[in-house]
Ligand binder design. Structure first.
Ligand code: SF4
Length: 317
C-alpha cells in the first residue's frame, strides 16, 4: 500500500512531529471581488454580505483596503489573533498533544490590506507560543511583489505558505462563478511566488457549473505544471443565501454526485508527483446553511468513502 502524501506527512517528515493549522478569522478583511474593486457580489458560491444583506450589521463597518493606510481596527485585530490562536492551539494541544502550529489566515482575502497591517498581524501570529509559521489564503489578483518579498523574508526563519484559489483553469468557468480574474492571472502569480521560493498551495473545486470530468482533471494537471507544492480539492456545494443557491433553486445548477467526485479525486491523487502534498480531499457543512448536495452534509461518511476508494487503488490516506 502506498501512503498518500498528506500535508500532515509533509510536516512530520520536515519537523519530526505533527504541525497543525490554527484557522484565524480576522475582522475587517474583505475581498476585491466583494467590495467592488474587481466585482460586486463575490464568487457565486461565497456567502458574503453583499449578496446576503441580512448578514450585514446595521452599524457602519470598516473594511481594509490596500490603497489606504487607515486601520482603526488594528488593536482589535491583534487581540483577535491572540485570542483565536490561543483558544484553538490549546484545544488542539490538549486533544492531540501537538506542540507546533501554523497560523492560518483563512477567511476572505488575507493579503488584501495595507502592508503595515499585514506585517503587524502576521508578526503577532508568529509571536504566539508554538507558532512556527503562517499559511495565508488569498487571491492571485491581490498579491504584490512587496507582499511576496516580505513573505520571502519571513520564510528565512519560519514555515511560510501562500494559498491561492485556482478553482478552475477554464476562463469560461471562472466567468460563470464571477471569479473576477482569469486563469492566466493565477498562473502568473503562482509561478512568481514559486520563483521567489515560497511554498504554494493551490485550491481546486470539482463540480463547478458546466464542467465535465476532463475539465476538472485538466485543472489538477495544469496546477501541477504551474509548480504548486500542495493542493486542496473539494466539491462545490450550495450554501443558502448565495448566487449559486438561486441558480440551484431555478434548476440551472446541478451539484456533482459523490461517486463522480470520489472517482475524480482518486484520479487526481494518482496524478500528483511524490513531492506534492494534499491538504484537503473534501469539504462539507453539517448545518442548516447547506442546500445541496446532501452527501456534503456528513464529513465523516465522505471520508469513509474516500478512504475506501483509495484503498481499492492501493493507497492509505
Ligand atoms: S475570492 Fe473568496 S472571499 Fe472573495 S468572493 Fe470569492 S470565495 Fe468569497
Amino acid at each position: 500500500m502506498k501512503k498518500v502524501f498528506t500535508i500532515g506527512r509533509y510536516f512530520r517528515k520536515k519537523f519530526g512531529e505533527d504541525v497543525y493549522k490554527v484557522p484565524l478569522n480576522i475582522q475587517g478583511f474583505t475581498c476585491p471581488n466583494i467590495d467592488g474593486t474587481v466585482a460586486k457580489g463575490g464568487c457565486t458560491f461565497c456567502l458574503n454580505e453583499s449578496f446576503s444583506p441580512n448578514l450585514a450589521k446595521p452599524s457602519k463597518k470598516f473594511y481594509l483596503n490596500p490603497k489606504s493606510n487607515e486601520n482603526p481596527l488594528l488593536e482589535k485585530q491583534l487581540e483577535q489573533v491572540r485570542i483565536q490562536y490561543s483558544a484553538t492551539s490549546k484545544r488542539l494541544a490538549g486533544k492531540y498533544g501537538v506542540k507546533k502550529f501554523l497560523a492560518y489566515f483563512q477567511s476572505f482575502t488575507n493579503t488584501y490590506a495595507p502592508i503595515d497591517t499585514l506585517k503587524a498581524l502576521y508578526e503577532e501570529a508568529l509571536r504566539q507560543p508554538g507558532c512556527i509559521g503562517l499559511s495565508i489564503g488569498t487571491r492571485s489578483d491581490s498579491v504584490t511583489d512587496e507582499v511576496l518579498d516580505y513573505l520571502v523574508e519571513l520564510s528565512q526563519k519560519y514555515e511560510i505558505w501562500i494559498e491561492y484559489g485556482i478553482q478552475s483553469i477554464y476562463d469560461e468557468t471562472l466567468e460563470k462563478i464571477n471569479r473576477g480574474h482569469d486563469s492566466e492571472n493565477v498562473k502568473r502569480w503562482i509561478e512568481r511566488s514559486k520563483s521567489k521560493g515560497l511554498n504554494v498551495c493551490g485550491h481546486v473545486i470539482f463540480g463547478l457549473p458546466d464542467e465535465n470530468e476532463k475539465m476538472m482533471l485538466d485543472t489538477v494537471r495544469e496546477s501541477i505544471k504551474w509548480g504548486i507544492d500542495s493542493i486542496k480539492i473539494h466539491p462545490l456545494y450550495v450554501v443558502k443565501n448565495t448566487a449559486l443557491a438561486v441558480d440551484y433553486i431555478k434548476g440551472k445548477f446541478e451539484p456533482i454526485d459523490e461517486d463522480t467526485y470520489i472517482k475524480l479525486l482518486v484520479e487526481s491523487i494518482k496524478m500528483l508527483p511524490s513531492n506534492i502534498s494534499i491538504q484537503r480531499v473534501t469539504a462539507g457543512i453539517g448545518d442548516d446553511s447547506l442546500l445541496a448536495p446532501e452527501w456534503c452534509r456528513n464529513k465523516h461518511k465522505q471520508m469513509k468513502h474516500i478512504r475506501a476508494a483509495l484503498k481499492d487503488e492501493g493507497y492509505i490516506y
